[in-house]
Design a protein around this ligand. Sequence first.
Ligand SMILES: Nc1ncnc2c1ncn2[C@@H]1O[C@H](COP(=O)(O)OP(=O)(O)OP(=O)(O)O)[C@@H](O)[C@H]1O
Ligand SMILES: [Mg+2]
Length: 405
Amino acid sequence: MDLHSARARPTGVDELDRVLGGGLVPGAVVLLAGEPGVGKSTLLLEVAHRCAAAGRRALYVTGEESAGQVRLRAERTSAVHGELYLAAESDLAALLGHLDAVTPSLLVVDSVQTMACAEAEGSPGGVSQVRAVAAALITAAKERGVPVVLVGHVTKDGAVAGPRVLEHLVDVVLHFEGERASTLRLVRGVKNRFGPADEVGCFELRDDGIAGVADPSGLFLTPRETEVPGTAVTVVVEGKRALLAEVQALVAPSSLAQPRRAVSGLDSARVAMVLAVTERRGGVALTGSDVFTATVGGMRVAEPAADLAVALAVVSAVCDVALPPHTVAIGEVGLAGEVRRVTGVGRRLAEATRLGFTRALVPPECTDRIPDGMRVTEVPDLGAALRCIAGASSSRRAAGGAQQR
Ligand SMILES: Nc1ncnc2c1ncn2[C@@H]1O[C@H](COP(=O)(O)OP(=O)(O)OP(=O)(O)O)[C@@H](O)[C@H]1O
Ligand SMILES: [Mg+2]
């Protein structure tokens, strides 16, 4: 393969191209892994359609649904095209036969778990079957110089043999994430042999198909006129992108011997650590209370930079006092209660400023450029952050009182 043909070709789905590092490389094998119903088939049908619409033939092979079902989806999402070939097939040899007959510029296999390889042992979806199917498709992709996208199923507990054993075989691994209750979907690069592996693409899953969301930052915030207790906004960095994220907390007296600690969208181990530090170093009593923490809009936040916002949301919930308006909190919280430096503070502040935030709590020794209109307070530890918030809240109350008089 010469250098030119190894170059990535845009799929036409911009948010996906961003994650892929430009597009699909001929001969590359991409694994798109996601939970049932998250929208894998919808996204890949759209990719196949864009490919066909650009004059390059696409073959979409499904072992999950009938060709009629896929056709119905294609009609619903306006993805019907003469150069988009659909095949309902679950036999690997037959699939390779279709590949030879159609000679597409893109092959989509939905899903790798439903394809059966006659030479391998076990039932479809089992480790040896999945391995054999993937190996054959990888060989076919490299021989023909055709990019192949494989759908891989993961279950909530991740127990099914499949994507995990595939991850080191394929060139690119993408995770498709989203909550059922929300229409927002994220495609996250996990591994990429041809480009950056830490990008995210944002999509909205609608009745008429899936659409890229080029400016997703505001989606993870609750639109509201006045601030409410128990919420804090932070800025996380996903790849090259800074995204605002809202953390919510609810703290209620518990009747249980072991109070509940429910976490949604955040890393539960980190939240447990932040709660312990908040209690020990911040002097906020949480023992005997149920604590619920969550993100807004189905966003998953695992970055330590969100620690400070988690702590502030919890304290705000306990005290039933809202944080000052238009404030973001950025920083990792250490076990000693110190607020630690995080990367990309300048980029995070720029994004917060763009979305109308005017105040930020950041770790000490911030050397990044501070955007115009942003007032930054460096907080060396959790105690300082709490004092800063309490000061702003009480002066706001006083100012509010003065106005009323
Ligand atoms: N007729 C329809 N009208 C509106 N939305 C639909 C319709 N059919 C499906 N959807 C939505 O599209 C979503 C994604 O479906 P899709 O089949 O692409 O997911 P998937 O990840 O391929 O699922 P699976 O793991 O079952 O293959 C569904 O969860 C559903 O909300
Ligand atoms: Mg599907």
